[in-house]
Design a protein around this ligand. Structure first.
Ligand code: ADP
Length: 259
């Protein structure tokens, strides 16, 4: 166990150093204070799962097991915490790699109606499993936009994941596309817990969570919306939010249509 803990900590420290280093390479675009805060937040988020891994490993090594199940339980805790670190690192890498721009090689003509319909049928299954209604309101007419389809899907996924996560059974989630002459509007709407007015201006900030204790339990790091916003801005679009605490939330993506 102990031989596992120390290299694990060293590897994570190395990876985080590399990620933070790549952020530090862009000093002109990111103020020193922002970078410092980001570093502190990322380290803070990593500290809890790393401590949990180390303590499970050390206790497993030093204290005799009370029963047959205990060693398995400790290993299972280590797996859960390692998965959490791995998800956090994947998100940090994503933010570092795709900062603000699309790779022209990955941009292609994308049928947005098809993209949303396929996401819709995938998320309908997840919503129904949780006892939610799911409505896909997309015109049955192909419409092509220029996008990086994988990134674009990731942005919508982050919004849909939240809509499902923050809505209790018997609630409703809608995914809608409206085509205007010069732009398209994609809306993800839910009848969930809503966001307090005081938190709304901050929710796109990295690591911002409305209720840190609760969202940590549900596995959130407060990076999903920052990632969604970064992707939509890289497509020259805008993402906005409206919410009423206790009633529901609506995220809207507005994307210009180019001839
Ligand atoms: P997380 O991974 O913690 O969900 P996000 O960046 O995706 O991080 O969201 C930031 C915070 O915004 C969340 O912690 C949550 O409090 C709030 N939030 C996001 N989407 C919704 C939603 N649809 N309904 C209620 N709260 C939401």
């Amino acid at each position: 166990f102990l031989s596992l803990g120390i290299p694990v900590a060293l590897i994570f420290t190395g990876i985080v150093g590399w990620i933070l280093g790549s952020f530090a390479m862009r000093p002109a675009r990111r103020s020193y204070e922002q970078l410092q805060r980001f570093t502190a937040d990322a380290s803070h988020e990593l500290r809890a799962p790393i401590s949990a891994i180390l303590s499970n490993a050390q206790v497993g090594l030093l204290a005799p097991a009370e029963d047959e199940q205990q060693p398995r339980q400790r290993l299972s805790n280590i797996v859960t915490q390692s998965k959490s670190i791995s998800a956090l690192i994947a998100n940090l890498l994503f933010l570092a790699r795709h900062e603000g721009q699309l790779n022209p090689k990955d941009v292609a003509k994308t049928n947005i109606e098809e993209l949303l319909s396929s996401l819709g049928s995938e998320y309908k299954t997840l919503a129904v499993e949780k006892g939610l209604e799911f409505h896909l309101l997309v015109p049955a007419k192909p419409l092509e936009i220029h996008s990086d389809p994988d990134l674009f899907k990731q942005a919508i996924r982050n919004l849909l994941d939240n809509a499902i996560k923050y809505t209790s059974p018997e609630g409703r989630v809608d995914l809608e596309l409206v085509v205007k002459p010069r732009r398209i509007l994609i809306t993800v709407k839910d009848t969930g817990i809503g966001i307090p007015a005081a938190d709304l201006p901050h929710i796109f900030e990295r690591f911002y969570r409305v209720d840190k204790a609760r969202t940590r339990q549900t596995g959130g790091f407060g990076l999903g919306l920052a990632i969604a916003q970064q992707i939509i801005q890289a497509h020259d679009g805008k993402i906005t939010v409206e919410s009423e605490f206790g009633k529901g939330t609506m995220f809207q993506i507005c994307l210009p249509l180019r001839p």
